[in-house]
Design a binder for this molecule. Structure first.
Ligand code: NAD
Ligand code: USQ
Length: 415
């Protein structure tokens, strides 16, 4: 059994919570950190997790009652540089897994305030972390959640972070060009540049995980008790596409394909997110090495996903409609997509592939909580990329300055 410390930033989130449990059950001493801002953003948007989730304090206690090792829970804002620095100095972590960012593309596109707030929160937090590591834990391994959306959809194969280019008779291996599709995705591009720079100048060891869209919510650890469940978002702001389709199917609503539906993305099961994090920690980069892994297991177009959900339900004699809505986003709807995702497999990742049985299990979870589905947040047209207009009632006319946001975080309620 290992006893080294891993800090999980963003531990109250969809991925941060099950990762904390998984790393705890893998023998790490886990320090689970979050400022709970996501629960605040839910209140702002009028959204909530389909699966009921407990407060962090209750979840951590439940984990111990369910036989897990102690998880140290700390409420902390990653944008508070002093508090973060103290934490890194006090705990001397072997690794920091950084999930603690604003992660919704539509939320970042509402208006100028949401765009600024997203980029200030995400970029500042990561810079704070880089300085804290330089000063207090120079050997610590930073495992940073980036996104496949950093690359966009170029008309050539996507490599894992770097590409070798011949130009005017000379050759070099350089960061792969980025063409992100929202102010949120751009915040991840900025993070990647900052982390790469810190590796070059200070020798920070870092793994940038360019993750695809995650689906599902059941892991071995969350299944131990309902009090250990992680959040499951399905609304237009926070819900990712396959999770949304499963909820739409369960409540007999048409599956909302935006535009033609040829938008192709990388996808992975939530259990593979956990595996990829553990594999990254167990195989750290050298000092000064900045490496990029493309973290997904399969690629699908949005229309293919809708058809998979429809077919999974048809196997049980249930009809499902697919509807094509005008696309609120500015994105290619028919394009070439071939992204490499070999490095994690080379290190031992064993993917859980999306089969209809899996879709069944997500739909089953959804069925259990279908009474909690709020049709208004499921159906509302999404934030429009061109105008920022949204029919999301709670967001209309709302102003979120990033300064007010930080003050609210510092003084906000505990859950
Ligand atoms: P989430 O919103 O459920 O969780 C993020 C957590 O970070 C929240 O609990 C929030 O309160 C916390 N947080 C945000 N800013 C913080 C700050 N300044 N200080 C402390 N805590 C802060 O999101 P998620 O789906 O779990 O995503 C986690 C990470 O993985 C994000 O960085 C996201 O960009 C990345 N990612 C997610 C997906 C996906 O499909 N969910 C795919 C690719 C990448
Ligand atoms: N889409 C639909 N119908 C819907 C919802 C979405 O057709 O009802 C389409 C979108 O237009 C888009 C695709 O599905 O083309 C994916 O959208 P999404 O909302 O599932 O995912 P996205 O906005 O890209 O963001 C999510 C996470 C983000 C993460 C990203 C990984 O919220 O944190 O970074 O997936 S990736 O897409 O690889 O960049």
């Amino acid at each position: 059994m290992r006893s080294s410390t891993v800090i999980v930033l963003g531990a109250d989130g969809y991925l941060g919570w099950p990762t904390s449990l998984y790393l705890s059950s893998s023998g790490y001493h886990v320090v689970a950190v979050d400022n709970l801002v996501r629960r605040r953003w839910d209140r702002e948007c009028g959204t909530s997790s389909l699966v009921p989730i407990r407060s962090m304090g209750e979840r951590v206690q439940q984990w111990q009652r369910s036989g897990g090792d102690d998880i140290e829970w700390q409420r902390l804002d990653v944008c508070d540089a002093d508090a973060l620095s103290d934490l890194i100095r006090r705990t001397s972590p072997e690794a920091v897994v950084h999930f603690g960012e604003q992660r919704s593309a539509p939320f970042s596109m509402v208006d100028r305030e949401h765009a600024v707030m997203t980029q200030v929160n995400n970029v500042t937090g990561t810079i704070n972390l880089l300085f804290a590591l330089r000063d207090h834990a120079p050997d610590c391994h930073l495992v940073k959640l980036g996104t496949m959306g950093e690359y966009g959809t170029p008309n050539i194969d996507i490599e894992e972070g770097f590409i070798t280019i011949r130009h005017n008779g000379r050759e070099d291996t350089l960061p792969y060009p980025k063409m992100a599709g929202s102010f949120y995705h751009l915040s991840k591009v900025h993070d990647s540049h900052n982390i790469h720079f810190a590796s070059r100048i200070w020798g920070v060891r870092a793994t940038d995980l360019n993750q695809g869209v995650v689906y599902g919510c059941a892991t071995d650890e969350t299944l131990r008790h309902t009090g250990l469940a992680t959040r499951f978002d399905y609304d237009v702001i926070w819900g990712t596409v396959l999770n949304r389709f499963c909820v739409q199917a369960a409540v007999a609503q048409p599956l909302t394909v935006y535009g033609e539906g040829g938008q192709t993305r990388g996808f992975l099961d939530i259990r593979d997110t956990l595996q990829c994090i553990r594999i990254s920690i167990e195989n750290p980069p050298d000092a000064g090495e900045y490496r990029v892994f493309n973290q997904f297991t399969e690629q699908f177009s949005v229309l293919q996903l809708a058809e998979l959900v429809r077919d999974a339900r048809a196997a049980h004699g249930l009809d499902t409609l697919i509807t094509h809505l005008p696309n609120p986003r500015v994105e290619k709807e028919a394009h070439y997509y071939n992204a490499r995702h070999q490095r994690l497999i080379d290190l031992g990742l064993q993917p859980h592939l999306l089969r209809s049985t899996l879709i069944d299990s997500v739909i089953e979870t959804v069925e259990r909580y279908r009474d909690r589905v709020d049709l208004s947040v499921l159906e509302t047209p999404n934030v429009d990329w061109r105008t920022g207009r949204t029919a999301q009632p709670a967001l209309v006319g709302q102003r979120t300055s990033w300064r007010a946001e930080r003050e609210a975080i510092a003084t906000g309620p505990v859950a």
